[in-house]
Ligand binder design. Structure first.
Ligand code: S3P
Length: 430
């Protein structure tokens, strides 16, 4: 489906964004593995999270949906054997479903085949195959790509795994497998990636220790069910924060947003750029920091992003590039090569589509150079989302400052993380 969007006058209003995708995946996984009844309040019902829900239903968890809550009767850490000793799981577009589930499946005494859509079938899986194989799982792949055939082992070997890249998904896979290991498993990474798994594992009663960029987990007999409330997703809020910053005269409040310090790189860089962004009503909900965010249109100056900041805003870089086009000065984004293997090659997608709008964005192997001098004007045109939810949303926000009409191809892919995105956008555009 294509969508047509027009230049607007301002953004204003009070909104909430849907629940956090990363936290919802983890809450579904750990609740399904706990012994007893858990509740997940305000879960994210998006295509990606629904893949994880369906996978655990298939593997025996009872998952009931009542409005925006999930009621899960967990099955315990040992999942029931399937008929013919094999489950077939379809993960759709979801890298998180695939990689996190692989960690659990590595510790089971049956075989699972994971497949996905065209985009997921091109994404690298060696990053989880290597540590999980070292722990004793037998994993077959198509040269490191899907389909994955995982033959688990109920007594995995504990490992001391040092990843040379930061990754919340790889860390989670190793820690989840560590629940089934014969000793202490340690995972270390260069910069701390999102730590929702660690926070939640602790809440579910796992024996876990965090030491800067290392996490240690001991095998756990059982997980204790929890009542979890999921906050709004900072990665979804980022699109509207950007919109309010770049459309003159805007003033927006976004309530109930998770601001975990491993996810707040976008807010940090905006502060350095001189953005008028205020965090209020700071509180803790289900072991995660949460607040309301007030954003006003701001005159911005350029600020660079390097490999140290990337893990804290890895999903926000496409929308950051848009903000940088409106800042005064030259912005350099480096250390972001991972963007090449996301739902699309996001470096190519962003650079090619922004050029069509008239922006001066040059792609690098690991990032971008953005020339924001002189407040370059955008002109609406036909743009391609590459069927990538975050590219579609970035282009939709860019269209708000583009003269004339912008058409975005395959715009409905936003449902992967943000169903209702265009409806909220319509409500706040004046
Ligand atoms: C995620 C981790 C990140 C992120 C993805 C979700 C997670 O991926 O880009 O959208 O929930 O752990 P990497 O682990 O590949 O950095």
């Amino acid at each position: 489906m294509d969508i047509k969007l027009k230049k607007i006058n301002a953004i204003s209003g009070v909104i909430e964004v849907p629940a956090d995708k990363s936290i919802t995946h983890r809450a579904v996984i750990l609740s399904s593995l706990a012994e007893g009844n858990s509740v997940i309040r305000n879960y994210l019902s998006s295509d990606d999270c629904n893949r994880t829900i369906e996978a655990f239903r298939q593997m025996g968890a009872e998952i009931k949906i009542d409005k925006s809550n999930l009621y899960i009767k967990g099955i315990g850490l040992k999942l029931p054997k399937p008929q013919n000793n094999r489950y077939n799981i379809y993960a759709g577009n979801s890298g998180t479903t695939t990689r996190l589930l692989a960690g659990i499946l590595a510790g089971q005494d049956f075989e699972t085949v994971i497949t996905g859509d065209d985009s997921l079938s091109k994404r690298p899986m060696r990053r989880i195959i290597d540590p999980l194989s070292e722990m004793g799982a037998k994993i077959k792949s198509e040269n490191g790509l899907l389909p994955l055939t995982i033959k688990g082992h109920t007594h995995l070997k504990s490992v001391n795994y040092v990843n040379n890249k930061s990754s919340g998904q790889v860390k989670s896979a190793v820690l989840f497998a560590g629940l089934y290991a014969d000793g202490i498993t340690t995972y270390t990474e260069p910069v701390k990636s999102r730590d929702h798994s660690e926070r939640m594992l602790k809440a579910f009663g796992a024996d876990i220790r965090i030491d800067e960029n290392s996490v240690t987990i001991c095998p756990t007999g059982k997980l204790i069910p929890q009542d979890i409330t999921v906050p709004g997703d900072i990665s979804s809020a980022a699109f509207f924060i950007a919109a309010a910053l770049i459309v003159p005269g805007s003033n927006l409040m976004i309530k109930n947003v998770g601001v975990n310090p491993t996810r707040d790189g976008f807010l940090e860089i905006l502060k350095r750029m001189g953005a008028d962004v205020t965090l209020t009503n700071m509180r803790e909900v289900s072991h995660e920091p949460v607040c309301d965010i007030i954003v006003k249109y701001s005159k911005l100056k350029a600020a660079n992003i390097d490999a140290y900041l990337v893990p804290r805003m890895v999903d926000e870089i496409p929308i950051f590039v848009l903000v940088a086009t409106q800042a005064e000065g030259i912005t350099r984004v480096s250390g972001a090569k991972e963007l090449r293997v996301k739902e699309s090659d996001r470096i190519h997608a962003v650079a090619s589509q922004f050029k069509k709008l008239g922006a001066q964005v040059e792609s690098l192997e690991d990032g971008f150079i953005i020339n924001g001098w002189g407040g370059i004007k955008f002109t609406g045109t036909l743009l391609d989302s590459f069927e990538d939810h975050r590219i579609a949303m970035t282009l939709a926000i860019a269209s708000l400052i583009a003269g004339g009409e912008t058409v975005i191809k395959d715009s409905n892919c936003v449902d992967v993380s943000f169903p209702g995105f265009y409806e909220i956008l319509r409500d706040i555009c004046k």
